[in-house]
Every structure is written in C-alpha cells, then in structure tokens.
Design a protein around this ligand. Structure first.
Ligand SMILES: C[S@@+](CC[C@H](N)C(=O)[O-])C[C@H]1O[C@@H](n2cnc3c(N)ncnc32)[C@H](O)[C@@H]1O
Length: 284
C-alpha cells in the first residue's frame, strides 16, 4: 500500500514539475498528502465508499456483464440513470462478453486507465471473480469502491514519462488493459505502444470511445486526419501511413505483436453520430 501511495504522490508532484507549475507543485506537496491521509482514514468509515469484499458472495451470481454495468450505473452497459432519467449508453457489455467470457474464472490481472469512480471496475470485479485490478486515474480521489483485489494508482495518460512510470511500477504483466481515460486522440496513441508491451501473450488491449472526434472536436485539437481506428486498420492491412504520434519503432512493434484486431460499434448516439467505437487488440 505504501509503495502505491508513494508512486501516486511522487508522480502527481512530478507532473507539476514537468508542466513547470512550481506553485502548484508546492501547494500539492501538502494538499495531496492531506487528501491521501484523509482518504486512507475515510476508506473504512465513509458511507460513500463501498468495500466490495464485504458484498454477499452470491448477490450477483445470475448477473451477466450488462446487468452488472446497469447495477453499478456504468456507461459501458446498455443504459445508465442520470437525474432519474434512463439514458441509452454504449452497450460495450456484449463485446466484453464475446471476447473475454471464456477467461471469466481465471486469475486475471486487469488495468483500467480512467477508472473514475470505479463503476466499470466494480462490475468487472463480479464478472471476473478471481481477477485483480489496477484502476489508474488522473484524479486518484474519485474512486467509490475498495477491495483487496483493487489497487488505485495515479496516471496522466497525456504524459509519456508518467505512463512509462506506471508501466514500470506495475510489476507484473497484464491480461487485460482498458483505455477509458481522456479519449483524446494523442493520449490514446501515447499509451497504446507503452502499455501494449505490458500485456501477456494472448492478452487484450481495449480502447473505448476510440473515434468520437467528429462530435467532440476538442479530443483532436490538432485536427489529425489519421484517427486511432484508421491507424490500426492500416497496421492490420500492412498499409503505409504516417502519424506524428507513433514512432517507427512503435509502429513496427505493434505490427509485429498484434495478433487480432476486432473493431466493434456500440449503441450511443450523439448529434446523429454513433460515438461508441471500441477496439479489441489481441497480443501474439
Ligand atoms: C469516462 S470516465 C471513465 C469511466 C469509468 N471507466 C467507468 O467505467 O465508470 C473518464 C475518466 O478518465 C479520467 N481522465 C481524464 N483525463 C485523463 C488523463 N489525462 N489521464 C488519466 N485519466 C484521465 C477522468 O478523470 C475520468 O475519471
């Protein structure tokens, strides 16, 4: 626990230095330390934090993954309830079931980038009853679930040094990595080659919301023509392409090491566009 706290604390401060925000750095030395101490204290007492290890074992026995996402109000399922209103969401559950169901009982190691309040991780906790989870987020104080099987870490997926540090900190290879963090084009392409190297053989790297750029233009501020999906399709079809966010070494590495590419579309529609692109990449 201390090692994880120290990793997050150190990297939050390091990020401020990298951004040359020296006043923020000084403020965070004490502010972030205080928040961590408060969190460790509250974890056992706060009614807002649920210990999943204490949930009755059979409570979700007959739930499929979509039922679990709905139960935890996670937008990976077919709907969420916001302000008492039911809203159709991505329905990625069918694809997770399709590609991962056969590994359900295995002792998987899973990393989710962009763990937020932990609704996705809480759902997977019951879907994969023997898995261990790393939830990594830019704000490590949002998580609403705790468990011996969940480790929370800080990450900023827009910063190469921090993603490298995360990869080095997690001292095991992973079976499943889910990128549900910023959804920014550049960040998706930054994290992919670094963390794909952390996958075990036959492991899956999943990119959620991989092409929302027509609707959310701020996720592609430099107006890149080549989206992550187009890049991956080019890699799959062995076509030449150039992207300023992937080095030649990374391109070659991905070409050599991705065994299967599965491009899927969920159900969420915004301004007439389906924004639910999800990609499953399987490692050789
Ligand atoms: C869509 S939410 C994730 C939802 C969550 N995965 C779930 O299943 O409920 C995206 C999360 O990514 C985090 N995020 C945004 N930018 C980030 C960054 N640069 N690095 C890491 N996390 C980031 C946000 O704080 C937010 O918590």
């Amino acid at each position: 626990m201390f090692r994880n706290f120290w990793f997050s604390y150190k990297n939050i401060l390091y990020r401020a230095i990298l951004k040359k925000k020296y006043f923020t750095f000084l403020r965070k030395i004490f502010g972030t330390l205080f928040k961590f101490l408060r969190k460790f204290y509250l974890i056992n007492f706060s009614p807002d934090i649920e210990n999943l290890d204490k949930v009755e074992k059979n409570k979700f026995k007959n739930f499929n993954l979509d039922d679990l996402f709905i139960n935890f109000n996670c937008d990976k399922g077919s709907y969420c309830v916001y302000d008492y209103e039911k809203k159709i969401t991505h329905k990625y559950s069918v694809f997770y079931e399709k590609y991962l169901k056969k590994n359900k009982k295995k002792k998987l190691s899973v990393l989710e980038l962009g763990s937020h309040e932990g609704k996705g991780i809480a759902s997977f906790y019951f879907f994969f009853p023997n898995a261990n989870f790393y939830g990594a987020n830019i704000n490590p104080f949002q998580m609403k679930y705790t468990s011996k099987r969940i480790t929370e870490l800080y990450v900023d997926v827009s910063c190469k040094e921090i993603v490298d540090n995360l990869a080095n900190h997690i001292n095991e290879d992973l079976d499943l990595i889910i990128d549900d963090a910023s959804h920014n084009l550049k960040d998706i392409l930054l994290a992919l080659p670094i963390l794909f190297r952390k996958l075990k053989q036959n492991g899956f790297y999943v990119i959620e919301d991989a092409d929302q750029f027509k609707v959310y233009k701020e996720l592609n501020p430099t107006n890149e023509k080549m989206t992550p999906i187009q890049i991956l399709k080019n890699i799959k079809n062995n076509r030449k392409f150039s992207s300023k966010f992937l080095s030649k070494t990374d391109k070659d590495y991905l070409k050599k090491n991705i065994k299967n590419f599965y491009f899927e579309k969920g159900k969420s529609i915004v301004n007439g566009y389906n924004i639910s692109d999800i990609v499953f990449l399987r490692k050789k």
